[in-house]
Design a protein. Structure first.
Length: 679
């Protein structure tokens, strides 16, 4: 067979959503590279996705349906046919649905970010069934809500114009590891004279390469933002015309900010007061100034308020007037996705099923039926996620998944920690084997993914699996006959030229260069809302404020260390952990500690340590590598439990507590103690 090159898109949870070129020889993918024709990708991929062919053709790939043949969690399975698996699954789900379909719960997230394999036929299936809804909150809901109540949506600067900025605040983002293509743009700005400032509790690879690093305590970002506002006000580094014409609630925000002099914020954030003053001066006097905000900021109790506070800053200085000024957290709100066409909520037929928060799955799997909760969860269908590894408070998650009366189906590529607890594992296709279409949250191009190779073994796409289940359960609505390619066309309808997607693999959206230069925010008022009536109507603080952590650093004598759990550089959440080449680079699960915290505990660099609190404990190796600040430890995640020390990982100690808005997770709001293993 001849060698061919197929255009595609990266499916993973990263702002960059790269355009891919897959080289195929004799029906096998031999190379995956970035598409140089796509400006945002520029021919460059991260180390993880450059190994996507290795992942697709991995020797441990699940290629046939499997049925459990040992105790839950044992990982013992027997191959069965698709007909046998689907018939039994349909029978079991029908029996449960006859009693109450809300006892069935889908559990999915961003194992693929594709609109077809992530949120199309699956949603139709569960809507038709009347299953419980899932509040898909485990990553970004607090920050998303913060943006919605300030700017009106997940909107902001066009990423390419950061290259023209003269000051860039990289706030809560290790761009080198998690936003590589933005880092290239920031480096261009740096070469042209821009000053780069990193704001992060961890001294990341990105922080090391910026001109300055503000290493604040976890969960104190709003306090820092309010202190910056204080200095902008008292030094009159303000754009009064922009504030008057394009903002709402200025006087109330002004009063709030004046309560936060740099001295107060310095004490809360654990920063030198002069560093705060210098940053405020730089931000208030440099044009154009831009903020690249990322989701690390909002994984603490006050995460939504923190994003609100930071998102207010460009309106105070009028930074939005220039295309190289403003803020970017997510661009996903610019994409005209036709979700009703994809998901068919009409199939609910007037029903209003309960919604289960995926963050609290540990508690919810252990709940009995009650009037307040509804029926006990009897069946779980997991796809595009690995909750046993990634959900917080994993001792409870494991206990819930181990229930013998819980019927669990997992669609997967590999036998993950979650798959070990399945009754059936169904082999799913990878991105190289199916159709899909994508949005992005770091640029504004729609991308199409064509299948480069045939499905390996007996693998089927997620959409096909739900299509097959629908047929077996007697769902005869015409929408269940839509092919994966047809779903790609429906995702944007007439809003995007599908012929252009077929021709070049991507299509830019017509987004203005400076979206809020003349106001026009998509809020109810049309202005940047410092004061949000919508939040007030929910009984929440209508102004951005500092909300202390649930488990603040030093607040507990039993668990005096604050822990954050940023991703290990060579993994993406729990994806790629099973690739030996990447695991060899990563080495072993690490806990970064400050030498002072290690010394008082008698812990040497490389020593095996036990990290614990009232929820649980896990073991890993200490790294005294200069990346942790005093009083804070960094538990790098998310290793598969079965590949970690003692069959555990960092989520043994994280909490199911939720954020101030958006009901998101608080992974970076966690108090622990650390001791030498065996101590």
């Amino acid at each position: 067979m001849p060698t061919t090159t197929i255009r595609g898109a990266c499916p993973h949870d990263c702002p960059d959503t790269c355009a891919l070129l897959t080289t195929v020889e004799d029906g096998r993918a031999v190379r995956v590279q970035g598409n140089p024709a796509h400006a945002a990708t520029g021919g460059v991929l991260c180390a993880k996705v450059s190994r996507y062919a290795e992942r697709t053709h991995h020797a441990e790939r699940i290629l046939t349906p499997l049925r459990r043949s040992g105790p839950k969690g044992s990982g013992r399975f027997t191959p069965v046919s698709w007909d046998e698996a689907l018939d039994d699954i349909a029978r079991r789900l029908t029996e449960i649905a006859t009693r109450d379909p809300q006892a069935i719960l889908p559990y999915s997230y961003a194992g693929t970010m594709g609109l077809v394999q992530g949120e199309s036929m699956d949603r139709r299936f569960f809507h038709r069934l009347g299953a419980s809804l899932l509040h898909r909150s485990i990553c970004s809901t607090a920050g998303g809500e913060g943006l919605v109540h300030t700017l009106g949506g997940k909107l902001g600067m066009k990423v390419e114009f950061f290259a023209e900025s003269k000051l860039i605040l990289i706030w809560g983002s290790n761009s080198i590891g998690s936003n590589l293509h933005f880092w290239r743009i920031a480096q261009q700005a740096k070469r042209d004279g821009a000053r780069l400032v990193c704001i992060d509790p961890r001294r990341t690879e990105t922080a090391e390469k910026c001109h300055e690093h503000l290493q604040l305590r976890p969960g104190t970002d709003a306090a820092l933002a309010l202190a910056l506002m204080h200095e902008l006000i008292v030094h009159d580094w303000l754009d009064h015309d922009y504030i008057a014409r394009h903002t709402l609630g200025w006087e109330a925000l002004r009063a709030r900010a004046l309560e936060w002099p740099p001295e107060r914020a310095a004490e809360v954030c654990g920063l030198p007061v002069e560093q705060i003053r210098r940053l405020a001066r730089d931000y208030g006097t440099t044009r154009p100034a831009a903020i690249r905000l990322n989701y690390g900021v909002q994984r603490a109790h006050g995460g939504g308020n923190a994003v609100r506070a930071v998102a207010c800053l460009p309106a105070l200085t009028g930074a939005w007037r220039e295309r190289a000024g403003g803020v970017l957290l997510s661009s996903s709100g610019a994409f005209p996705v036709q979700r009703a066409a994809l998901q068919h909520p009409d199939l609910l037929a007037g029903r209003s099923p309960r919604s289960i928060n995926m963050v609290t799955i540990g508690d919810d799997l252990l709940r009995a039926s009650s009037p307040a909760f509804g029926p006990k969860i009897e069946a779980l269908v997991v796809y595009n996620s690995n909750p046993v590894a990634v959900a917080p408070d994993s001792p409870k998650v494991v206990q819930g998944f181990a229930r013998e009366d819980l019927f669990t189906v997992v669609l997967e590529h590999f036998q993950t920690d979650t798959a070990d607890y399945a009754d059936y594992i169904l082999p799913a296709t990878t991105q190289l084997e199916h159709w899909d279409v994508h949005l992005a949250y770091g640029h504004t191009d729609v991308l199409l993914n064509r299948p480069a190779i045939a499905p390996q073994g007996q693998a089927r796409s997620n959409a096909q699996i739900f299509r097959d289940l629908a047929a077996r359960m007697g769902f005869t609505e015409p929408c269940f006959a839509d092919t994966d390619e047809a779903l790609c066309r429906q995702a944007y309808g007439e809003k995007v030229d599908f012929a252009l997607l077929l021709d070049q693999g991507f299509a830019p959206l017509p987004v203005p260069d400076a979206p809020f230069a003349d106001g026009g925010f998509p809020t109810p008022s049309g202005k940047c809302e410092f004061f949000s009536q919508r939040l007030a109507d929910q009984g929440l603080d209508p102004l951005p404020g500092h909300v202390p952590n649930h488990e603040a650093a030093g607040a507990s004598t039993l668990y005096p260390l604050a822990m954050i759990s940023p991703p290990a550089r060579n993994f993406l959440n729990s994806s790629f952990v099973n690739l030996q080449s990447l695991r060899d680079i990563e080495g072993r699960p690490l806990l970064e500690m400050h030498p002072e915290d290690a010394a008082v505990r008698g812990i040497a660099d490389g020593a095996l340590v036990r990290v614990f609190n009232e929820r649980g404990s896990y073991e890993c190796h200490a790294a005294l590598n200069g990346r942790a600040r005093p009083g804070v430890v960094n538990g790098l995640g998310v290793w598969w439990r079965k590949l970690g020390h003692g069959g555990t990982n960092v989520n043994e100690v994280t909490s199911q507590a939720l954020t101030d808005m958006g009901a998101g997770p608080t992974f970076y709001d966690c108090a622990v103690q650390v001791e030498a293993a065996g101590g």
